[in-house]
Design a protein around this ligand. Structure first.
Ligand SMILES: Cc1cc2nc3c(=O)[nH]c(=O)nc-3n(C[C@H](O)[C@H](O)[C@H](O)COP(=O)(O)OP(=O)(O)OC[C@H]3O[C@@H](n4cnc5c(N)ncnc54)[C@H](O)[C@@H]3O)c2cc1C
Length: 412
């Protein structure tokens, strides 16, 4: 009997599970079903090089079509799975075309959706989001008609879009509700640096401001009204206020979900039913470095590494997920690279020169390095990432001398 593994969601994690299943020797059938009209592609360039016109659509593809043929991976695009159930022998997924797909084991890699605005005017034309290729194409098609763009949310995606918009000489205003940029992911030194950097490059950045409604004319957005009554003119509004995991299908199989909607998995990427794994943006997972609590990690690194492990778990493996989280963001000529998780740090060391747009911030807890944020400083970033991966330390007192190469002072 052929064993069927079905992967719901044709993104970074879904594709990686399929690839890893084959690499690990699985000979049964592997099917990826995804609702998007495109085969699996990379999202990071959507708000960076692709949006800036520096990369084409083909370059986003994760694998060439022939790869799936060669590896006997069936990819079904443009179909959304709407129901999942278990029978006595196997499970069945039904898509929105009525197609039935049997499975013996299942992977849920349904990713996340951008959180939507709910205020007055939220459904006006010109209110845009950035999750998929179609979203990026929509903004690209509008560039010529945009003079004033307001970005809601000073996280990575919002700031990347803001940087590209400045490249096209648009009037850019970033409205952020918190007191510093990218505050969930980077430390204050880096937030302050990027505030100044975006301002220097011509964007207007408003911190601790909330929008109350959007103004429009003839169904199209014309402005963003803030709580203080000010109205910022806008012929496009890009909303980047975080994501909501798409865990809803899990309910049909009675799988455990977190309060935030994500699917709860263990350190093997298994859901509360061991026949079903979940990984990538939809998963709520134990801290990947053995720290306390559960986390959601929206990154390529996590989607890929967790998917590799999920594939092993589907094949009966017992490996635990241990991975150093890393992430990057390109904003204008600034490459920000992060490794580790800085939550709970009690000491920091700043190296390099902020005025020259090249520096790093190392974060410590109880004398041990736990994370780094680096701007245009790949050597410091790589040294810390390698040390974290090897479970080594980079003593803060030695790291404080920027002239010293970090890789020369690594200790156990
Ligand atoms: C604009 C942008 C920029 C980013 N930049 C970076 C970056 O610089 N660095 C970084 O590390 N990460 C970045 N990320 C995050 C990274 O792309 C994600 O963490 C990663 O794509 C997650 O992979 P995933 O497979 O879990 O989800 P996704 O890639 O979102 O794939 C999920 C897929 O499942 C499909 N799906 C959902 N429900 C169903 C259903 N019921 N039936 C069928 N299909 C379904 C979705 O349509 C989607 O295609 C960025 C993300 C975006 C949107």
């Amino acid at each position: 009997m052929t064993e069927h593994i079905l992967i719901v969601g044709g993104g970074q994690a879904g594709m990686q599970i399929a690839v890893s299943l084959r690499e690990d020797g699985f000979e049964g059938s592997v099917t990826i079903v995804g609702e998007e009209h495109h085969g699996p592609y990379q999202r990071p360039p959507l708000s960076k090089a692709y949006l800036a016109g520096e990369a084409d659509e083909e370059s986003l593809e994760l694998r060439l079509p022939q790869f799936y043929v060669d590896n006997k991976i069936v990819v079904i695009p443009s179909e959304k799975v709407v129901s999942l159930s278990w029978g006595a022998e196997h499970g069945v997924a039904v898509t929105d075309t009525g197609r039935e797909l049997p499975f013996h084991k299942l992977a849920l890699t349904t990713g996340a959706d951008p959180k939507r605005l709910t205020c007055d005017g939220a459904d006006l034309d010109g209110v845009l989001y950035m999750r998929g290729l179609d979203d990026a194409n929509e903004l690209k098609a509008r560039w010529a008609d945009i003079n004033d763009i307001v970005v809601i949310g000073g996280g990575f995606i919002g700031l990347e879009v803001a940087a590209v918009a400045r490249k096209y000489n648009k009037n850019v205003t970033v409205v952020h509700s918190r007191d510093r940029l990218m505050s969930r992911a980077v430390g204050p030194v880096v937030s302050d640096f990027f505030l100044e950097a975006h301002t220097k490059r011509g964007a207007k950045v408003l911190l601790e401001k909330r929008l109350t409604k959007l103004h429009g004319e003839n169904g199209t957005v014309t402005g963003v009204e803030l709580q203080d009554g000010n109205v910022i003119p806008a012929d496009a509004v890009m909303v980047g206020i975080g994501v909501a995991p798409r865990g809803e299908l899990a309910d049909q199989l009675g799988l455990e979900r977190a309060e935030n909607g994500a699917i709860v998995v263990d350190s093997h990427a298994r859901t509360s039913d061991p026949r079903v794994v979940a990984c990538g943006d939809v998963a709520y997972l134990p801290h990947p470095l053995g720290g306390e609590g559960m986390v959601m990690l929206e990154s390529v690194q996590n989607a890929v590494d967790q998917a590799k492990l999920a594939a092993k778990s589907l094949l009966g493996g017992e490996e635990e997920y241990r991975a150093v989280p890393w992430f990057w963001s390109d904003q204008a000529d600034l490459k920000l690279q992060m490794a580790g998780l800085l939550q709970g740090y009690d000491q920091q060391v700043v190296r390099g020169n902020l005025d020259e747009d090249k520096f790093s911030v190392l974060y410590y807890k109880n004398g041990r390095i736990i994370a780094v944020d680096a701007v245009n400083d790949v050597l410091d970033y790589m040294a810390v990432r390698r040390a974290l991966t090897a479970g080594q330390n980079i003593p803060a007192d030695l790291a404080a001398d920027s002239a010293v190469a970090l890789k020369t002072i690594v200790t156990d």
